[in-house]
Write a protein that binds this ligand. Structure first.
Ligand code: HEM
Length: 461
């Protein structure tokens, strides 16, 4: 077995910050983010909490985000305990000169000029998902929406960025990844160990899940190209491997970069689209406006959207942006202080874990009018220009900000527009709450719906 027990249990070990933060879920709290938010409102923008043997500093002031992400960026390094099996040694985990050497050759694949090239491949993946939904509408079978959008996002990345059809079963891989990243699951694993019940079996399942995950990138690399396109992210990565001036970018680096994209580019994009479908299913007037916009921009002309249409889908894009405000997939950005510092009037010590609490700032009445209301209009017109910097950070900020943020908005805007024009997905509730109540949130590495988002798909006539 290639994965070691310390890795397989990494996220759920008592030492991992992810495990420590599961304390927020105490008493089956349906939204642990509210606990943190109330703390920040009561105690201010810098809260220091002693958690076991380390100090965790929660920041929620945009000025402090700027300090950590931009002004003092080199003094705060990345934190990846427990996530190594997911990311390997890909660039997202590195700092300094090495990070820069690895990011540079890949950057051109994410330039906005490339999006027009990618759109036909996004559309192919969306059409294939729509064929699946037509069948689901016919049978009436319920579906879990995060799994649906995860498999769509993985298909879009494979086709557009790697020039490959998915050489793996995305539903199976999705379940494997979730087995590992669901920290609450790890917690129950640990409790089972304490009580002496079936621990070995669960550990085996977790190790197996990560073994499957490790096999995915080599399968993608080995698969036949769909069209032998010359300029893709994968060809850029292969060119970097062949480049003697960057010996650090070896074959294993290439495999790990793919691992990173298949998680960072699918999980976050998928959660955003799934939450957007949840919000629009509760608000028919928003879904109708998205449909009307789709008709006006491309549907009435009897065609599919093209690159030039993306900017015209302003309302649909605003729905995606508002979804990322309400449900930032990366709810907290974590760093380790590499030097002593002072933030606000608090001392930061070398080794402190610093959590930039994006969810808190996105939901603060200091920066957003009526923050708990879903209002896409906040993102229309010149609203962004009036916004205080660093109050909206779904993609982080500064030089370590998301490489695929702009591209993900193209993917999700097109997907939301096309899916809603043909279907009416109906949220049906889950094991924790009926359909008319919010499903609640699990704040693990990402902000996931507690118990999933179950839907029935109805096809519009
Ligand atoms: C809604 C969609 C997405 C969200 C919310 C999101 C969020 C983020 C955030 C917050 C970071 C910075 C983390 C930090 O500073 O600690 C990040 C980094 C990153 N994201 Fe995304 N992301 C999304 C989509 C994508 C896509 C589509 C890709 C690629 C296909 C991608 C690839 C990456 C990579 C490679 C990094 C690391 C960049 C570096 O360290 O240089 N993300 N993302």
């Amino acid at each position: 077995m290639s994965a070691t027990p310390s890795h397989t249990q990494g996220l759920g070990e008592q030492e991992s910050i992810w495990f420590k933060l599961t304390a927020l879920h105490k008493g089956s709290n349906p939204n642990p983010m509210h606990v943190l938010q109330q703390l920040t409102e009561r105690h201010g923008g810098v809260i220091v909490v002693n958690m076991g043997n380390e100090r965790v500093v929660f920041l929620s002031d945009p000025e402090h985000f700027k300090r950590v992400l931009v002004t003092k960026v080199d003094d705060y390094i990345k934190y990846f305990d427990g996530l190594k099996p997911i990311f390997g040694k890909s660039m997202i985990t590195h700092d300094g000169a090495l990070w820069q050497k690895i990011r540079m050759p890949q950057q051109p694949a994410f330039h906005p000029d490339m999006f027009a090239e990618y759109i036909p491949y996004f559309l192919t993946a969306i059409r294939s998902k729509m064929d699946g939904w037509a069948e689901l509408a016919r049978t009436g079978e319920p579906v879990e929406m995060v799994e649906q959008t995860w498999t769509l996002a993985a298909d879009m990345i494979c086709k557009a960025l790697f020039d490959r059809d998915m050489p793996f079963n995305p539903h199976f891989v999705f379940k494997c990844v979730k087995t590992y990243t669901d920290v609450m699951n790890h917690k129950s694993v640990r409790l089972k160990k304490v009580s002496g019940a079936e621990f070995e079996i669960t550990e085996e399942a977790t190790a197996k899940a990560m073994e499957v995950w490790a096999s995915v990138p080599p399968a993608v690399i080995a698969a036949n190209p769909r069209e032998e396109r010359e300029r893709t992210l994968l060809t850029m990565i292969e060119a970097a491997v062949a480049d003697p001036t960057i010996p650090e970018f070896d074959r294993q680096q290439a495999v790990d970069e793919l691992k990173q994209y298949l998680w960072a580019g699918t999980e976050t994009t998928a959660l955003t689209l799934a939450w957007a479908l949840y919000e629009t299913s509760r608000r028919p007037e928003i879904a109708e406006r998205i449909r009307r916009e789709g008709d006006e921009v491309y549907g009435n002309a009897g065609r599919e959207p093209e690159a030039a249409d993306y900017s015209a889908l302003a309302y649909t894009r605003a729905v995606i942006q508002e979804t990322m405000r309400m449900y930032p997939p990366i709810w907290g950005l974590i760093r380790i202080a590499a030097k002593d510092d002072v933030i606000g009037d608090r001392e930061i010590k070398t080794g402190d874990r610093v959590v930039m609490f994006a969810y808190g700032t996105h939901h603060s009445a200091k920066y957003w009018q009526d923050p708990e209301s879903f209002m896409p209009e906040r993102f229309m017109g010149d609203a962004a220009k009036k916004r205080k910097p660093y109050t909206y950070i779904p993609f982080g900020g500064g030089k370590r900000s998301c490489i695929g943020g702009a591209m993900s908005q193209v993917e999700n805007t097109l997907a939301l527009s096309m899916l809603l024009r043909r279907f009416q997905p109906e949220y049906v509730g889950n094991e924790f709450a009926p359909a008319d109540q919010h499903p609640g949130i699990n704040a693990t590495v990402t902000l996931t719906p507690r118990g999933g988002l179950n839907f029935r798909i109805r096809q519009l006539s």
